[in-house]
Design a protein around this ligand. Sequence first.
Ligand SMILES: [Zn+2]
Ligand SMILES: [Zn+2]
Length: 385
Amino acid sequence: MKAVRYHRPKKITVDNVPDPKIENKNDIILKVTSTAICGSDLHIYNGFIPQVKPMALGHEFMGLVEEVGPDITHLKRGDRVVVPFPIACGHCFFCEHQIHTQCENTNPNYGPEGGLLLEKNAALFGYTDLYGGIEGGQAEYVRVPQAQFGPRKVSEKMTDEQVLFLTDIFPTGYSAIDWANLKGGETVAVFGCGPVGVMAMKAAWLKGAGRVIGVDCLNYRLEIAKKSGKAEVINFKENDPIEAIREMTGGRGADVCVDAAGMEAERNVLEKVSNMAHLQAGTLNALKMCTSAVRRGGTVSIVGVYATTYDNFPLGQMFDKMINLKMGQAPVQRYIDELMALVDQNKVILDDIITHKLPLDRAPEAYHMFCNKEDNCMKVILKPH
Ligand SMILES: [Zn+2]
Ligand SMILES: [Zn+2]
């Protein structure tokens, strides 16, 4: 079969590889009908998260059940399912506490310490050997471990495009807002108007926000934030977003700031050089903007990815402002059923951020285009068959 494989930074190819097989009793094999490229795939593509051996990428996918392992009783061949990106067992301490990305049973590199090259959280599809070495779903077929807990059946009346983003970006944006415990009427500022940022905006409205502000430096993304996220927008290359947000909020700042950019936010040349000297990946620019723009006693949610230790982390400012800081990879399994119901009831539309639909064969050019933000690329869907 064909799979989109990472070889080294900036080098991915569509390779012929052996078809996946059932390896454990609770695996299924899925025939992938749709898969998306994620901003976090770019962290691997750009070498920020290391991978030595070639590996199939892709953690946002759905498809038709092709084969089931002997312990899988609730799914059968032909069922159409969408699959959460974290691989979780459903019954360990962490799964029982609804933080499925911390599941202790799926990643051989799991451990209590955490960190860059140390122990990581639960296994993720197509996300390097550090995260379990599970082949990803940007492929014609994929093996899905722990299928007793992850895959969710999809009603025939919903298209792939309507539900595909339940795998990651919508639950991720939603968790950023859920962590802030909105009571209604709050101002939510989202830094980074990529796919996760816009999903956070949609979630903010669903959770009762009174005002949603999007901050980015790319006008085409700000346009999508306006249209699809119903946000007021600020281009931080043209206006100081901190001043603007304070002005919009009686001088106090936003109740909630979401960092949906992470370590690969805009960096200047000095930072790029200092990155190489310090073994520090990326920048804290987005988080620093959030820390300044949030009101005292407000919440900063980080759903953009950070991978190393960081110099000049604004801890004193956070302490003085009494900020609630919450972060991590979204426990998709916790939210996916309620979010699928919202899609089903047309309470939220997710597919209006798709800008490109391409065959799997064109993945290398799609990565290049998405990474370089060419052709107003916001979200790419790949069709393997
Ligand atoms: Zn993703
Ligand atoms: Zn578990």
